[in-house]
Design a protein around this ligand. Structure first.
Ligand code: A3P
Length: 287
């Protein structure tokens, strides 16, 4: 199960990626009505999948209670995509998900005008979440140590490649695509406001009662208990919940409990070197 597929120089888990499934994503024919969520893993993908599907539920919560997130908003690059695509709820726009890089998906996206939601999170929290995820996911190798994992993350040699390239690539396309940039941190701090911003961008305004329903069903406590989003439907070989939960902490700044002062210094130096001249205004503090 723990195999690797290399695509455009980036390592993907071979368990759910093949050269064909990755290539099919890059040549996918988007429709103007499609909505694509893009993230680097562990940036709050599942959370945003829940929010986006709730926005289009219009109070009819059947999909939230009966369809797992990966069936509501399938990953374009995974092998299961071709079987899930025809089943996507026809009364919704097609809601899609991807972890792919801008440079490989942009040509297909630019052929039509889908809306893109790009969600990012403080890379230190992404790293910590990803480290713990490697320990429970059967399709990823067990990290030898946290220090080694930090090195791999900074070099961009781990699974899914470089966080830095991912974020810079997608945010560099803000002018070319109909793209909304959202952060995990703002959804955490101001969930109602962020949901309103998303619904306006998607052209799907909400009433206050609908917002209340969304807020309840995208809370960490609700999602932790829901087997439609907590990945407990998957076998122990895929996600071993006896080793840790997928919805692990759900907080901002958990990195502080993992980084030593030396590791923090090392991380900040690489962050500054790679992001310092990006011109991007990113909302998190690195200290
Ligand atoms: P932690 O491991 O820091 O807890 P992804 O879906 O991209 O793999 O991201 C998983 C991360 O998002 C996990 O972070 C998970 O707990 C967090 N998450 C998922 N749902 C959330 C929610 N409703 N509120 C806050 N964090 C959530």
């Amino acid at each position: 199960m723990n195999t690797t597929e290399i695509f455009d120089g980036v390592r993907f888990p071979g368990f759910m990626h093949t050269p064909e499934s990755l290539q099919a994503a890059c040549t996918f024919q988007f429709q103007d009505t499609d909505i694509l969520l893009v993230t680097f893993p562990k940036s709050g993908t599942t959370w945003m999948q829940q929010v986006l599907s709730l926005i289009f539920c219009e109070g009819h919560l059947w999909p939230i209670h009966h369809l797992p997130n990966w069936a509501r908003m399938p990953w374009m690059e995974q092998t299961s995509f071709s079987s899930l695509l025809p089943q996507l709820n026809t009364s919704w726009p097609r809601l899609l998900t991807s972890h792919l890089y801008a440079k490989v998906l942009a040509p297909a996206l630019m052929k039509s005008k889908p809306k893109v939601v790009y969600m990012a999170r403080n890379p230190k929290d992404v790293l910590v979440s990803f480290y713990h995820f490697h320990r429970i996911a059967g399709f990823l190798p067990n990290p030898s140590s946290f220090e080694d994992f930090v090195d791999e993350f900074l070099e961009g040699t781990g699974f899914f490649g470089s966080w830095f390239d991912h974020v810079k690539g997608w945010l560099g396309l803000q002018k070319d695509l109909d793209l909304l940039f959202v952060t995990y941190e703002e959804l955490h701090k101001e969930p109602r406001f962020t949901i309103q911003k998303l619904s306006e961008f998607l052209g799907h305004p909400l009433g206050p009662e609908e917002e209340d329903v969304i807020l309840e069903h995208c809370s960490f406590s609700f999602m932790s208990q829901s087997n439609m989003v907590n990945y407990s439907l998957l076998s122990k070989e895929i996600i071993d919940h006896s080793q840790g939960k997928f919805l692990r902490k759900g907080v901002v700044g958990n990195w502080r409990e993992h980084f030593t002062p030396d590791l923090n210094k090392k991380f900040n130096a690489v962050y500054e070197a790679k992001m310092g001249d990006s011109g991007l205004c990113l909302p998190w503090t690195m200290d």
